[in-house]
Design a binder for this molecule. Sequence first.
Ligand code: ARG
Ligand code: ZN
Ligand code: CA
Length: 317
Amino acid sequence: MKKIFVLASVLILGFSCQNEDRAIEETNSKDLEVAHRGCASDEVLQKQLIADPGLAKRMQDIELQTAKAISEGRIVNGVLEIPVVFNVLYRTTAENISTAQLQSQIDVLNKDFNAQNSDYNTANNPYSSVRANVGIRFVLDQVIRKSTTKTSWGTNDAMKKTSTGGIAPTSPTTKLNYWVCTIGGGILGYAQFPGGSSATDGVAIDSKYTGTTGTATYPFNLGRTATHEVGHWMNLRHIWGDATCGSDLVSDTPTHNAANYGVPAVGHKSTCSGTPLEMYMNYMDYTDDRGMYMFSNGQKSRMLAIFNVGGSRASFR
Ligand code: ARG
Ligand code: ZN
Ligand code: CA
């Protein structure tokens, strides 16, 4: 649009200059047009650079930003790509899971966030019309491993601090840090929501519930704990709103009584107002891995919003 405007003003200026000696120039300019197309953008720019003392600096900043964006490659063909740093804290050799198992987790995230999971088209999904292709990709950036004597880490972020024997996050404003460690207390994993301290930002997930190979343990052996925790990290709440018939701040997900466990039967309804069918197949429920296979469009909008310019995770762009 701006280009068209500049071009139009150039043409108008050009015509007004031509008025007096049109007859003389007519043949010349015609010949020129055939020989090569003219574009005055650079001449216009040179004039603007002289008239506007701040322009050179603004254009230089644009070049720096362009070079940075290209070298970091965060938005690849319009798709946001999130580098993932795995911080593996192990006591036993079993806890020191293989890079192949970590890569299998990245593969699940890429499938689940891009509507490429094999169960995406599960039959009898009453919510198929609001299923979302979130369109965010993940890439394994690095793996940091550390041996420890701790049998469990709890949920007070000890795994994220060297002072408590953990591993400090790597570049948390541009990389998703994923601590692989035994949390204990029956907890599969937990995430920090947007807005928290960058020193503790990321997700922490048990090695037995990471990925789909190696030590991945049924019924949480399909990598959906990370899909769920990354959902929180991208500002999604539990689908039942963490209260009886609570709200998850998403309008296209139904009201649930409470968390669902196992794999609920098709047709399972809420007793909340309007008794809607529950969306137990949503990643933000507590359903077993094999029973969850979708985010909704409303959830997608909430997730993408934090990565917008001005959003709380805009630094990941
Ligand atoms: N934070 C939840 C927990 O620790 C994770 C639930 C993940 N659900 C799943 N099917 N993998 O219980
Ligand atoms: Zn959760
Ligand atoms: Ca809702």
